[in-house]
Design a protein around this ligand. Structure first.
Ligand SMILES: Nc1ncnc2c1ncn2[C@@H]1O[C@H](COP(=O)(O)OP(=O)(O)OP(=O)(O)O)[C@@H](O)[C@H]1O
Length: 607
């Protein structure tokens, strides 16, 4: 019936981010657990006491049976009845107390794990996150974190308390009479064989259930999204057939899953019956020999019966634990990968240091599996100066900037920032974070006062945003997500000014800004560059012309360098680019847009 159920591809399978080994997972958890020794010991003691109190009820019920059999007076029976109630209430209260502490502990551990994973994800080399692995990373920080949280929050406390209950009950049975415990073991083969058969198949089947469900949902969504086109083409029948076919496939595999669970239930029930029959038979024999009272046999049967729930929880929880263990291995894989990543330069705001100098010596880098990138680049950017990088599309400008930003490491040569600094990169990508102006700015400087925010906004020419900086926390209203691109970029510049980095990398920061605010953003960027070491990727040579030095790239190498005047005088590639952008008279129109042709040095101009 399940022959059509094959292991479905799963994010994280195959090449992608690494998956940690069991030893690595344990290593990552051990440190956290060590810090929680006190709470762990408390939980163990409480669960032990709860499990012991849980025995009071069957013990008292056994005594009631013996008392009634012996014709004891009702006050005697009443005492045992009170014992039953006291045992049940005591066990429940202590178990609740232990579970509360454990849930708090697990949630704290999970919060730390989530923090570790998120920090690690942020530290991963940017190219790694940009690539196909980003989907894998996303599935890890969402799906795997959820799977681990679910198991940690619900299953682990239930399993731990079940584990204690099982151990204590087996000990009690042994104390009562070892033969009873031995007879109870008749359940073990049923549990072991049933569970093994279930686990062998469940992972594949339940993963397949999720995959087929996703395929069905996708077909439904596609049909809804494309219903106008489908109607126009009279193709609704085809879309409905696809949904029906995927729904049938999903139902088929879900039935397989239900069948698996039913078989496991049958094994568990078989084990319960075998164990209970074994205990009752052994008890009957022992009673016949006068070794045990009827009450003691009753107690033994009830103690064994008490195990049904915890054993069921353990067996069904194993699947969740298995999923959580896989999730945990995938999460720790991300943490381990970031641990291998080169540490970013220590944070040194510009105010705390002299401006940073950039030095590259014979730096080369190629994208994995290609010969493309940059080769043999040497340069020096003096502190507080701007280096512009220009060149045709694909000449290596962004790659060079990414290397200086630390997003990629050179494969050869040396790259040094002196003193070390975290470069602040500002790209053409316009991004507004959730929240108001203050929230957007304080990402860079969480402790900044309103006055400092105001000063940064003024420096970035964004006085329009100053009234929006709310004094009271919580009154910082969300910014309009449709805010003009120029204004978003002004906020980004203000954020950079607040961060006060020793080195800024400006990658076409005005490329996506509309003409209306282009001049304002240009002025804001000029303010950001002032007195700071900067690397400027410029398609618009009017920006490059203001730099202290200009590097002209072609085919991943620097082919010319100098100031604007020097390069114009040299009459090489830069001069040709300049004339291509300005016309034969060499005059740049005011605020020329990169969208105004020609913006990029034409490919044909590249030597
Ligand atoms: N992620 C990547 N994987 C493989 N090759 C890449 C990757 N990114 C860039 N390249 C290649 O590396 C070379 C340099 O690209 P780079 O993006 O640095 O050029 P660029 O001058 O910044 O171009 P543009 O102005 O179009 O952004 C090009 O040949 C490009 O095709």
């Amino acid at each position: 019936m399940v022959s059509d159920v094959a292991e479905a591809p799963h994010p994280g399978d195959g090449p992608g981010l690494p998956i940690a080994s069991g030893a690595e997972v344990w290593g990552a958890l051990r440190g956290h657990l060590r810090r929680e020794r006190g709470r762990l010991a408390g939980v163990a003691v409480l669960f032990l006491v709860a499990a012991a109190l849980g025995l009071v009820m069957p013990a008292c019920l056994g005594r009631i049976v013996d008392a009634v059999t012996a014709g004891a007076a009702w006050p005697v029976v009443a005492v045992w009845v009170a014992g039953v109630a006291a045992g049940a209430i005591g066990a429940a209260l202590v178990a609740l107390w232990g579970a509360r502490i454990l849930v708090g502990l697990v949630q704290d551990l999970l919060a730390r794990l989530r923090e570790d994973v998120f920090t690690a994800a942020m530290r991963l080399p940017a190219r790694r996150v940009d690539d196909a692995e980003s989907a894998d990373l996303l599935s890890r920080v969402t799906g795997d974190v959820d799977a681990v949280s679910e198991a940690g929050g619900n299953v682990v406390p239930a399993l731990l308390s079940a584990g204690f209950a099982i151990v204590v009950s087996l000990a009690a049975l042994t104390v009562l009479n070892p033969w009873l415990a031995f007879a109870g073991l008749a359940c073990v083969p049923f549990y072991v064989l049933g569970t093994r058969a279930f686990l062998r198949r469940s992972r594949v089947v339940f993963r397949e259930v999720r995959a087929r469900e996703a395929a069905r949902s996708q077909a439904v969504l596609e049909a809804i999204d494309g219903h106008e086109t489908l109607t126009a083409l009279n193709e609704q029948g085809h879309a409905l057939d696809l949904v029906a076919e995927r729904a049938r496939a999903s139902i088929r595999v879900q039935i397989v899953g239900v069948g698996l669970r039913n078989r496991l239930f049958r094994s568990i029930n078989g084990g319960e019956a075998a164990g209970l029959i074994g205990i009752l038979a052994a008890g009957w024999l022992l009673h016949a020999q006068g070794a045990l009272t009827v009450g003691a046999v009753t107690t033994a049967a009830l103690v064994f019966h008490r195990l049904f729930d915890p054993i069921g929880q353990l067996i069904f929880g194993l699947d969740d634990v298995q999923r959580a263990a896989i999730g945990l291995a995938r999460l720790v894989g991300v943490i381990g990968l970031a641990a291998d990543a080169p540490l970013p330069h220590p944070a040194t705001p510009a105010a705390a240091t002299a401006r940073t100098a950039i030095e590259l010596r014979e730096v080369s880098f190629a994208y994995p599996g290609t010969a493309r990138g940059v080769r043999g680049v040497s340069m020096r950017g003096a502190p507080g100066t701007t280096t512009a990088i220009v060149g045709a599309s694909g000449s290596g400008k962004s790659t060079l900037a990414r290397l200086i930003a630390g997003h990629d490491a050179p494969a050869a040569g040396t790259l040094r920032l002196t003193p070390p600094a975290i470069p602040f990169a500002l790209s053409q990508e316009l991004h507004l974070f959730r929240g108001g102006v203050a929230a957007n700015l304080r990402l860079a400087a969480p402790g900044a006062s309103d006055a400092e925010l105001g000063a940064a906004l003024t420096a970035a020419g964004a006085d329009w945003a100053k009234p929006l900086v709310a004094a009271a926390p919580g009154s910082d209203l969300d910014l309009d997500p449709d805010l003009d691109g120029g204004r978003i970029q002004q906020l980004a510049v203000a954020r950079a000014i607040l961060a006060d980095p020793a080195l800024v990398i400006l990658d076409e920061a005005t490329a996506d800004v509309g003409l209306q605010h282009r001049a304002e953003v240009d002025r804001a960027i000029a303010a950001l560059r002032r007195g700071r070491t900067a690397v400027l990727i410029a398609h618009q040579l009017q920006h490059a012309a203001t730099a202290d030095q200009i590097l002209v790239c072609a085919d991943g190498a620097v082919i010319e360098r100098g100031t604007h005047e020097e390069l114009i005088a040299a009459g090489g590639a830069y001069r040709r680019f300049w004339l291509a952008q300005t016309g034969p008279r060499g005059v740049m129109p005011p605020h020329a847009s990169p969208n105004d042709p020609p913006t990029t040095p034409p490919e044909t101009e590249t030597p």
